[in-house]
Design a protein around this ligand. Sequence first.
Ligand code: ATP
Length: 366
Amino acid sequence: MARIEFTNVNKIYANGFHAVKDLNLEIRDKEFVVLLGPSGCGKSTTLNMIAGLEEVSDGVLMFDDQVVNHMPPHRRDVAMVFQSYALYPHKSVYDNIAFGLQMRKVSRDEIDKRVRDAANRLEIAHLLESRPSNLSGGQRQRVALGRAIVRNPAVFLMDEPLSNLDAALRISMRAEIKELHRAMQTTFVFVTHDQAEALTLADRIVVMRDGVVQQIGTPDEIYEKPVNTFVASFLGSPPINYLDGEIAPGAGNTTVFRRGDLTLRLPDHITAKLSGQTGRTVRLGIRAEDVDEKRRADEGEVLRGTVNSVLPVGSDQFLGMQFGKDELFFRVGKDLAHKTGDAVELAVDVNRLHVFDMDSTKSLIW
Ligand code: ATP
């Protein structure tokens, strides 16, 4: 078993670059945690500190009740799968998978059993005598996974393991990695910049930016209740739309969002958070899928604009709408027959709106 806990952890590289800033994170035993963020945000550095490949500059890193700041990698009971797979080209698949166990002087019979079990599980038993150069990308990825599985580690670390695979294979490997986690009953920490990968795999997602954790939560929490515009924009396809405008009083005790001719009714849960803030300028967030082109909306829920672009994406289509000086993108049904230049009316699901502070970019409602 392994629980991993970062307390006020910082990583400052030798050149002075501060890559991870004051990280506080508890990864529970058997949890699947995904570190998500753009290139350079400190995901791999965080993973490498867990692996022991990078030293913690400041703060405390614990596995269960043990401080591991200075524990060498080979004593940490972790196995890592890299983006590059890092297979030995001159060794067979069998020997690639067996190598870590051979180095640890595990008996030959035990190695054979573990290698064949892992190969069966990953459906590469027929490739055990092959060399990596004769394998497809997906098969190499399985060998890299096999090498980690046979170690039966307390912690399984993966650094963008699927990014070299084609789109279809990525999706099927996601399902297999999820099943692997279920079967192995061990702690998984997975690094990716791919929001879909994070949403499908994680028990909890840690969103990072410039070395700083932005939000930690279940995929639902991260998607439905983003704490700032960075998190809101990082997840969602097409990305969330923003409109800057003002909070104004509506009928009765209600509030509305107003910008020029547009008035959107704000639901009770948002009004409650914005009480006494009439006149405040805010940034409204509308997710691409939170509109309906068919529903006849009440005034106060209608967004009117001009069609800029229509991009079919198979199951539905992306609609580019010119709204004043802004271009907004929505996901609408494939049967909507609109062409560039048409006037278009969309019903906004106001219950799903987001409201952010203009300066801090923090959510005002979650
Ligand atoms: P990517 O997805 O591109 O791998 P990442 O989020 O995993 O990005 P890291 O590899 O953790 O990012 O790097 C975080 C920052 O630290 C980057 O700006 C990187 O240039 C810097 N960095 C990484 N390794 C070193 C090093 N050895 N010395 C100095 N700076 C480093």
